[in-house]
Structures are given as C-alpha cells and as structure tokens.
Design a protein around this ligand. Structure first.
Ligand code: ZN
Length: 342
C-alpha cells in the first residue's frame, strides 16, 4: 500500500534561497532535455553527464524520467503541470528524527554539499514514518511556505479474523459502529460539528455581504482544517476500537451519489463532502492496520427492521417496527443493517 505523508518545512533564509535556486535548476534541466527530445523527435539515451552537476547525482534519473513524461505529454497535446519544486530519491536526503531536521544532498563531486532545515510533523505522522519505507521526497512551495511530501510504501499483514464491524456515518452522530458480537459504540460529537458549521456559516454570510473574499477563503481554510482534524480523530477511534475487538472486516456504505464533485466553496456542502473524506480516512487507516474494507449497498439500511426485515419509515431518532414491534436508536439500526448487508 502506498501513501503520501505531508510535513511542513522551515528553511532559514539562506537555505530557502538555496532551495529556490535548486528548483530553477531542476526545472530548467527537465525543460532543456525535453527540448532535446523534441528536436530529435524521440526519447533517445540522454547521458547523465550532460545533466547539470548542480543536480544531486542520484536524482539525475528523476530529471530524465520527468523530461520523458513532459515530452510524451507535449506530444499528446497536453501540458505537464510541474506542481513540484524538486524531487529527491532516498539516497539524496536524510531525516534526523531526534533534532527534527531534514538534510538534502546537493550537487556532485566538488559541488556536493548538504543543507539542513527544520521539519515538522505530528506525532501521528511520526509513527507512520517509522512504520513504512520511504521511497521518495517531493518538495513543494506555496507562497512563502515549504512542504515536503514523502511517498511511502507499507507492507500489510492482513488480519484474518472473521469478526465484522458495520460503521454507519451520520449527521446527528458522526459514526455508529456495531460489531458482529453486537457491541455498539457511538463515536464523535455531532452537536459540536453542527455548532462549528452554523457559526461559520453565519460569519461567512456576513463576509459575503461585505464582499470580503480574501477573508472568506481564509475562513474556509480554517473550517476545512477543523473538520479535517475532527475526522482524523473519529476515524482513529474507530480503528482503535476495531483493533481492540480484533475485527477483520469493516463494512461501510457505498456512497455512489457522493461521487459527484461538490463545490467545497459552498459551506453547506462541506459537510456532505466530509462524509466521503471520513470514509476515505477510515479506509486507509483500516488497511494500514490489516483490516479489510467492504462497501455495501446503502439501499434501505436505515429502514429495514433488523429483526424481521420489514420496511418501516422512522420519523424521529427512534426506530420502531410496525410488524414485530422491534425498537432501537435509528443510527444503531443503520449500523446493524450495514453489518448484515451483503
Ligand atoms: Zn420487525
């Protein structure tokens, strides 16, 4: 399984200048080689020694493969977006976990030197970095800030337990889980989520009224950050519980109608959108821990009676079956039905 891990970089001014210089050189070399390919009308063997020695020796192959990518894209009339600043392979950088520093090896022979910068990641990501194998590093620059993306590979040992868990993601309660031995848990606080949304929406409308677009964007970023953080916590707690219960399979609703892209600028859609995001988080965290994910058909998961299977239409938070008299919390019924769905 492959995963990208993001960390913030804090180079001092001199190192920042160095990174900018390297970025220019990196992109110039790619562009130059691409032009050579174009003039020859083929991707011929380009020699490493013809690539600038300012480029880290071990990264020359990356320059070459990017140039090939660019050439092929151009040929098909597409434009290759260079949304990176530079790309590094494992031999060209080192991480000092103790001092929280990232070291990059620049240039070759007499030009070779190392630059260091502070790097920040959460404890959660720190754990991830030790779990897997780092394949490569991509540096990216947004305005004044630098971000490192580590491409990582994880070996997964699948849990073969036949215990299953259904997870119902909802609005009142972010997640309700139910295991095959009928342990039920409510995860997260829907009230808090709705509070954030409401307060943000009213502030947002005021800003909209005053046409303060920059502040609107900033606020959206902030709300996104908060919701993202909440989803991380909810998904982590779900996985923690699943591990504790030795669950082998987690069942989730397949949200097909969620596949259309929501406009995240519209705040009311942010919640719908976070639905999918929460599922994605549960999915990759489960897989990292060897738990499989199965998506089930969401049809009638909130309406079928878990006891007799008849269809009922719950009006409030309570589910009551008109046929057999079964009653329970509506979200629990959802979780049970997801658990039992094929
Ligand atoms: Zn019933």
């Amino acid at each position: 399984m492959y995963l990208t891990i993001k960390a913030q970089l804090f180079p001092d001014d001199a190192v920042g200048q160095e990174l900018l210089r390297y970025e220019r050189c990196f992109k110039r070399e790619i562009f130059k080689i691409c032009m050579v390919f174009k003039s020859k009308n083929s991707v011929f063997e380009y020699r490493y020694k013809n690539i600038s020695n300012d480029i880290s020796w071990t990264c020359k192959s990356i320059v070459l493969s990017k140039a090939k990518e660019m050439y092929t894209a151009n040929k098909q009339g597409k434009l290759l977006k260079m949304n990176f600043s530079s790309i590094w392979n494992v031999q060209s950088f080192e991480i000092d976990h103790e001092k929280k520093r990232l070291g990059l090896i620049l240039g070759r022979n007499q030009f070779q030197r190392k630059i260091f910068m502070h790097i920040y990641w959460s404890d959660y990501l720190e754990k991830r970095l030790h779990q897997g194998e780092i394949l490569s590093l991509m540096l990216s620059r947004k305005n004044e800030s630098w971000v490192a993306y580590f491409q990582m590979k994880f070996d997964i040992k699948w849990n073969l337990s036949d215990k299953v868990m259904g997870v119902d993601i909802g609005i009142k309660v972010p997640a309700v889980i139910c295991t095959s031995d009928m342990k039920i848990r409510f995860i997260g606080n829907g009230k808090m989520l709705r509070y954030y949304q409401r307060s943000y929406r009213s502030k947002y409308k005021k800003l909209q009224h005053r046409k303060e677009f920059r502040k609107m964007t900033l606020m959206n970023h902030k709300l996104h950050h908060i919701l993202n953080d909440i989803d991380h916590k909810i998904s982590s707690r779900i996985i923690e519980f699943a591990l504790h219960e030795d669950i082998g399979i987690i069942k989730l609703e397949k949200l097909t109608y969620m596949n259309r892209t929501f406009d995240i600028r519209i705040t009311s859609d942010i919640y719908l959108w976070s639905y999918k995001r929460l599922q994605d988080m549960i999915c990759y965290k489960a897989n990292l821990n060897g738990i499989r994910i199965v998506y089930v058909n969401p049809k009638n998961t909130s309406k079928n009676c878990p006891d007799c299977g008849s269809l009922n239409y719950p009006k409030d938070r309570q589910y009551r079956c008109n046929v057999c008299g079964y009653h329970n919390h509506r979200d629990i019924v959802g979780a049970i039905n997801i658990l039992r769905a094929l």
